[in-house]
Write a protein that binds this ligand. Structure first.
Ligand SMILES: O=C(O)c1ccc(O)c(O)c1
Ligand SMILES: [Mg+2]
Length: 566
């Protein structure tokens, strides 16, 4: 019930009923039908009917009897399409003619009940596991009540080329199920049952496949069929909305709609500073070479800057401790970006604004961080102070730690709403659990976001950090280790024993506690971290020779030190 309500509220007009959901539901099929109808939802498909075709004659009778009972349930539900998935039983016989003959028989029986059959190749089917194989059997059976069901997961997980879909007559494609998935080297059944996600959240080309299905002349529903352990635990409402967002984004990419305003840089990062009197955040920023270069005309907000790195400290934000509350993105077209976000179900956030303030609109990222789309006008709200130049030149990236169940949602949000592209995804063991991380960036690297989750293990605080681009990390480290020794995170000597075994690096890195990474092309990354203040810390990063990563291999070292220092 809860699922139906959430699905209707998200704007869908139909559902598949998965048999397990019905079996566990206290309502009768008639009541489910009525409830769905009240909510404006059609029941487009009932599924799955398993292990039917290609069986010895003595098994067939029992299978047909089983089917009769399901046709009766479907009549009560008001559903007229049954998904039959390819037989996975070791008892199945690898004989296409037998499969076709038995499916024809099933279709004849179904027709008597006004039911049609959609035959789907499961990627792990015993004999039929390719969509074109299922289609050949359907064609051979040649019955108007028998067609095929295409499922993007089964097609793409096996590496089949979806172009072959275009040769199937559209009216014989009875149903289309869409699911994306991350690329994982694992058994296809486990992969399907636990890791499916919505289009745009994984690595498959859903737009390409869907385009082929539409070119074939298919005019039926686009149905999301996702099996995912995390989604099961998440709120149905939020998951349904996210599913709808994924379909809208898919539709936009089919229509050739590109993001109207991919951000060109970070305008600012905004931190809640609930106790400005303590000087904790201000002190940290000045130690890093920032200066307070402006004060907001109508709000208790200070602008601290160095080069193009701008940090807002907001004493009025609702937060008990220092925390990242907002990110400002330089947008070539803020109005267009906000409208685009709205089309993807990320409405503009209501905001208090003094009449004289420059209009500035924000939407909410999945973890609640506000994302502002800015042109340079926002700076006019701040009385200007003197600008400072220093080794810090801008914001390189912002890293947010998401709760587990928002991780895929965040990936889709940053991709569709902000127009960022997925970069590397990593799973790293750290001393207290597993760190999953996904990086997203604008095509030119001008905006980079890292979405982390601390998947397992208690004690992971939802830390966020702002990584500042720096011309000379070593010079900054030299100065800070001398002047403010407690400010930077100490790095264990064991790390350098290993680093020096792998690379010939300057021994000064060890003395200064600067971390290091190198990519396959010789690009280098030098970085260091400040201690954590409230929920935030800063990273200083220096990219050399086109390095595009994030030094993710060093993250477990950082986490261990952060844990040890509380
Ligand atoms: O995992 C399964 O068994 C299963 C069942 C029905 C489907 O449509 C499907 O894609 C997978
Ligand atoms: Mg399926």
């Amino acid at each position: 019930m809860e699922k139906l309500e959430a699905i209707a509220a998200a704007g869908f007009d139909g559902v598949e009923i998965f048999e397990n959901d019905l079996l566990a539901c206290p309502l009768s099929p008639e009541e489910v039908r009525a409830r769905a109808a009240d909510l404006g939802l059609g029941i487009d498909l009932y599924q799955p009917f398993r292990d039917f075709e290609s069986v010895p004659p003595e098994v067939l009778a029992g299978n047909l009897r089983r089917a009769e009972r399901k046709f009766q349930v479907m009549e009560r539900l008001g559903a007229d399409l049954l998904l039959v998935c390819s037989n996975v039983s070791p008892a199945a016989i690898g004989d296409d003619e037998l499969a076709a003959e038995q499916l024809r028989l099933l279709a004849e029986r179904a027709a008597e009940h006004g039911v049609r059959i959609a035959y789907e190749a499961l990627a792990w089917g015993r004999h039929v596991n390719e969509y074109l194989h299922a289609w050949r059997i359907v064609r051979m059976a040649d019955h108007p009540s028998l067609g095929t069901c295409l499922d993007s997961f089964h097609i793409l997980s096996r590496g089949s080329d979806p172009i072959g879909i275009e040769a199937i007559p559209g009216e014989k494609i009875f149903f289309l199920q869409l699911a994306d998935a991350p690329l994982l080297a694992m058994d296809v059944l486990q992969w399907s049952r636990h890791y499916r996600c919505f289009p745009g959240q994984g690595n498959f080309d859903l737009a390409g496949l869907t385009a082929s299905v539409l070119r074939a002349g298919y005019a039926g529903p686009l149905s999301l069929e996702v099996f995912n352990d995390v989604f099961r635990q998440a709120s149905a409402e939020r998951t349904a909305l996210d599913g709808m967002r994924s379909l809208i984004a898919l539709e936009q990419s089919l229509d050739g709609v590109t993001h109207p305003a991919v951000p060109a840089g970070f305008a600012f990062a905004e931190l809640a500073d609930p106790d400005p009197g303590s000087g904790t955040l201000g002190g940290l920023l000045s130690a890093l070479g920032f200066a307070r270069t402006g004060v907001h005309a109508s709000k208790p907000v200070e602008l601290w800057s160095q080069g193009e790195a701008r940090i807002l400290l907001n004493a009025g934000a609702e937060a008990g401790e220092p925390a990242l509350v907002a990110i400002g993105l330089d947008s070539p077209d803020p109005g267009g970006a906000v409208k685009h976000a709205g089309s993807l179900l990320s409405p503009v956030l209501p905001r208090e604004r003094a009449p004289e303030d420059v209009p500035l609109d924000a939407v909410a990222a999945p973890d609640g961080t506000e994302i502002f789309f800015c042109d340079t006008a926002w700076l006019a709200d701040f009385t200007p102070g003197t600008l400072v130049a220093g080794p810090i030149t801008g914001i390189d990236h912002v890293a947010l730690t998401q709760p587990l169940h928002y991780f895929d949602e965040a990936a889709l949000f940053y991709r569709s709403v902000l127009g960022l592209r997925p970069q590397e995804s990593l799973e790293l063991p750290d001393p207290y659990g597993l760190l999953r991380s996904k990086a997203m960036s604008a095509p030119d690297g001008a905006v980079r976001m890292v979405v982390n989750i601390a998947q397992v293990g208690a004690g992971h605080l939802p830390w966020q950090h702002i990584a500042l681009a720096c011309d000379d990390v070593v010079a900054v480290a030299r100065r800070l280790r001398a002047e403010r020794p407690g400010l930077l995170l100490p790095i264990p000597g064991n790390y350098y024993d290993d680093l020096e075994a792998r690379y010939e690096v300057d021994p000064e890195l060890r003395r200064l506690g600067v971390l290091y990474d190198r990519d396959a092309d010789g690009g280098e990354f030098l970085h260091l971290y400040t201690v954590t203040v409230g929920r935030v810390f800063f990273e200083l990063v220096q990219r050399v020779g086109g390095y595009q990563g994030y030094g993710a291999g060093n993250a477990p070292i950082r986490l261990a030190v952060q844990h040890a220092s509380g």
